[in-house]
Design a protein around this ligand. Structure first.
Ligand SMILES: [Zn+2]
Length: 498
């Protein structure tokens, strides 16, 4: 049979699909944790990271850590007969690996140990092949980045943004130069006085460092982020703040450093924003190229605390260190949930409605929205929460194709990596996800715990990513999750034995 090289239209599409039925190539020679000189993924439907529809069947050839070819599927049974490493993608979907724009590498919580391996493996199993760490122990983060680059640890690609600040503009500039000297990929800022922020962003821009602004309730707001040229706004506070008439309507007893106050009243902020002023500030952000990583999922507990405390994946996959960290306490960040009320949840649900509309409006104005989970706080578990973020973007009005773009192409763009990450494209780095259900039909298929369904009257679990490929290294996601489960089991046994 002659190889089909004609464009995929009309009859040829029929031939290709008919070919698919009998090609039935089986997978061979692919092992967990290996990288190959040449790996072929056959007959797969591709969902790219640029907002275009699924297309296929295609064959994707990976050579070492690069995508060497993306082309129409060769339906001949004997095609690739000489290849030792083949994944049969018939009926499966291939996506670019997800980029998680807002994480913190944790090897401890409140001083109690928790291995990096735990976080790394869940992220990979949830399809996250790149993370952007926005604030952690610099030395450790840079060491993990190096090990990930070498392939000596099982982990996503790591980009490190280090915190820079100071009490004076000169201190701020000095801090940025130190970030540069340490070899970081960017700068993370928060809580700065306006003159210091201006100096820090200016110095970072001069040195070619990206700036991520964790915007809080502080002197500066989104207007300053736009004016100074910040690359991304993390979270949201300073956006409605920029649309207020005067300051926030907090009660007299409010203390920003009291997290119970902070998170309770944050839930009443968006409704205070003047819609006209809000539209102006969103336009300004879009125009100046300030991206937005809303991290919807970080705050999801606020609108349903009971649900957040009882997520089904906690049973097998919640590390006891993290479990203890989540428990309500004024001592720990994000552990503010004591005394949380029905009224607080109603306020937060309302907050989300306005916030989600603002994110959707921002995207409509041409603003770039990215996805990040900021997990490890407020009952959010690494990776699982990133997938919740995708669901929340859909809730905000993004089509699932656009949601996937936020998590891949958009994040790559915001990090200045759009030339080699976030796409299934020839020449790009081989970071890929392979799943046997259509995530556009249901984003929940992406969770390692899958979707509970009924087939022939019997309960079945569908979905879960099957393979995550990072830098050409192929990982079986069930194997990764088994490791995580074992780690959690051992840690729990150790704690209860003490
Ligand atoms: Zn964070």
């Amino acid at each position: 049979m002659k190889k089909l090289t004609v464009p995929i239209t009309g009859i040829s599409a029929f031939l290709l699909l008919a070919g698919l039925a009998f090609a039935a190539a089986e997978s061979r020679g692919v092992e967990h944790g290996q990288r190959y000189d040449r790996l072929v993924i056959r007959n797969v439907l591709v969902i790219d990271g640029k907002g275009t529809p699924a297309r296929g069947p295609l064959d994707v050839v990976v050579e070492a850590n690069r995508i060497a070819a993306v082309r129409g599927a060769d339906p001949r049974p004997e095609a690739y007969a000489k290849d030792a490493h083949v994944l049969d993608g018939a009926g499966m979907y291939l996506l670019p690996g997800f980029i998680n724009s807002h994480i913190h590498l944790h090897d401890e919580r409140a001083g109690v140990a928790q291995p990096f391996e735990y976080e790394h493996k869940i992220y990979l199993a949830c399809g996250v092949t790149t993370v952007r760490d926005v604030g952690t122990d610099a030395k450790k983060a840079l060491a993990e980045r190096r090990k990930s680059q070498e392939g000596s640890i099982v982990a996503p690609r790591i980009y490190v943004y280090l915190v820079a600040g100071g009490r004076t503009p000169e201190e701020g500039r000095k801090a940025v130069r130190s970030v540069k000297e340490q070899g970081a990929d960017g700068v993370k800022i928060f809580g700065l006085d306006r003159d210091v922020m201006e100096a820090v962003v200016d110095e970072a821009t001069t040195l070619g460092l990206k700036v991520a602004h964790h915007i809080g309730v502080e002197e500066t707001d989104a207007r300053d982020a736009a004016a100074f040229g910040v690359d991304t706004i993390e979270h949201w506070y300073g956006i409605p703040d920029a649309a207020l008439k005067g300051s926030q309507n907090f009660p007299p007893s409010y203390n920003y450093n009291n997290e119970s106050d902070r998170f309770r009243w944050a839930g009443r902020l968006w409704r205070e924003a003047d819609p006209h002023k809000l539209k102006d500030i969103l336009e300004e952000m879009a125009e100046k190229g300030v991206g937005w990583i809303p991290t919807f999922s970080t705050y999801e507990a606020c609108r349903d605390m009971t649900r957040a405390r009882n997520l089904p994946w906690f049973k097998d996959y919640l590390h006891p260190t993290l479990e203890a960290y989540f428990a309500p306490s004024p001592e720990r960040h994000g552990a503010f949930s004591w005394g949380w009320s029905t009224e607080d949840e109603i306020a937060w649900k309302d907050n989300y409605r306005i916030w989600m509309k603002a994110v959707r409006d921002f995207a409509d104005m041409g603003g770039v929205v990215g996805a990040g989970d900021d997990a490890g706080f407020i009952y959010t578990l690494y990776g699982f929460t990133f997938l919740s973020e995708l669901e929340l973007l859909q809730e905000a009005g993004f089509h699932p194709i656009d949601v996937i773009q936020c998590a891949t192409g958009n994040n790559a763009k915001l990090m200045g990596l759009e030339g080699e990450l976030g796409r299934v494209r020839q020449g790009f780095l081989a970071d890929l996800i392979l799943i046997d259900e259509n995530p556009l039909a249901n984003l929940k298929y992406l969770y390692p715990t899958g979707v509970l369904d009924i087939r022939d009257g019997k309960p079945v679990v569908r979905g879960g990513i099957k393979w995550t490929i990072k830098d050409g290294i192929v990982y079986s996601t069930p194997a990764l999750m088994q490791d995580v489960k074992d780690m959690v089991k051992t840690a729990r046994a150790e704690r209860s034995g003490k």
